[in-house]
Design a protein around this ligand. Sequence first.
Ligand SMILES: NC(=O)c1ccc[n+]([C@@H]2O[C@H](COP(=O)([O-])OP(=O)(O)OC[C@H]3O[C@@H](n4cnc5c(N)ncnc54)[C@H](O)[C@@H]3O)[C@@H](O)[C@H]2O)c1
Ligand SMILES: O=C(O)[C@H](O)COP(=O)(O)O
Length: 409
Amino acid sequence: MAQQSLPKDKIKFLLLEGVHPSAVETLKRDGYTNIDFHKKALPPEELKQAIAGAHFVGIRSRTQLTEEIFESAKKLVAVGCFCIGTNQVDLKAATKRGIAVFNAPFSNTRSVAELVIAEAILLLRGVAEKNAAAHRGEWMKTAVNSYEIRGKKLGIIGYGNIGMQLGVIAESMGMQVQFYDVVNKLPLGNARQVPSLNQLLASSDVVSLHVPETGATQNMIGSAELAQMKQGGILINASRGTVVDIDGLSAALGSGQLGGAAIDVFPVEPRSNDDEFVSPLRQYDNTFLTPHIGGSTVEAQENIGMEVAEKLAKYSDNGTSTSSVNFPEVALPEHAGSHRLLHIHRNVPGIMSAINNVFSETGVNVSAQYLQTNEDVGYVVIDVDADYSDIALERLLAIEGTLRSRVLF
Ligand SMILES: NC(=O)c1ccc[n+]([C@@H]2O[C@H](COP(=O)([O-])OP(=O)(O)OC[C@H]3O[C@@H](n4cnc5c(N)ncnc54)[C@H](O)[C@@H]3O)[C@@H](O)[C@H]2O)c1
Ligand SMILES: O=C(O)[C@H](O)COP(=O)(O)O
């Protein structure tokens, strides 16, 4: 698909799910004024209509960008996930259309770690049920089953950006930290990596999940795993709702196998704040049930707004794709005085020589060339004399395996 450089006010940004106003400010500061801002996620049919004219779309964790939605998004150049997770985007569907996907891998990690440590403290003290009882007029003054976190063992599943920060905070509060991860990780402080999930479950007082949503993490904590945990142990999940089997968790809370749980993410979450939250866990006082707000702090949202908007603007301005989750990463200088051709193609043998032939055969002068590939996609950026970019673009588009090509003035 060919795209000529457009004036900035003709480049349309569709921003959904109430991304922070810092995103709009960042885009406007960079000259992008055509911004369609929505406070909520759109139902699929409305989304299809809204995305049809958009060059860039910004979403959070609720909007599902499926093959069908991408099919309606003929002008789409890039997706910005104003969050960490990208499981809501069909990355294969985006990649095969040459659409780059960006996210904010760090900006809300501290917010999640803080929430989890607070929940660990409150659950070990039995505050969730004491608070619920007090709201009903009951007075539960007792030290039974109330513990300090000092000296207790925290088991972290998924020792990535959030898991590592949580480990550091927990250790500074006197907890012993161990973690399980599919990758060998450098333990921070005195943390210790354990070789198996079962070992972690059996030896931790509090277990906290920080894995992404993948095939391997689907229902990774079910009845069998909960039975491995210490009697009265605490489970915290602020990762993705598909990671814990909620019926299994409900049974473990009902039988007293678990002493409490804090769950921020659910297999099915209400579409909006106006819809009812339905879950078997509502019956248990010893749980914190939060509406997917692990990353929802003013600080995190403001930073994410700026970070992702900057990535989209940079990609639009000069083709820089640094930190894209599905695309080869290229950090590009400005291209004053020349036109910049961006060529995105399937990474198949012979395609680079076909691209280079365009310039040797037409005699178009190349002032700079950048290339990066990943397993699926190749991304070539070529700066050429302004007078010849049209001819070169036409020839580039004819190359077999081309996914998308555009020229920036
Ligand atoms: N509740 C919220 O609001 C909220 C906010 C931010 C992130 N999240 C979720 O938390 C997840 C983790 O975030 P992060 O920034 O720490 O991600 P990350 O990618 O930095 O870390 C994930 C870790 O999990 C490990 N892992 C992957 N598959 C595993 C498996 N099968 N078993 C064990 N370990 C496995 C990885 O090796 C990695 O170390 C995100 O993917 C997102 O879904 C939720
Ligand atoms: O992936 C994330 O960063 C979290 O799940 C937060 O998503 P949200 O922006 O939709 O709250």
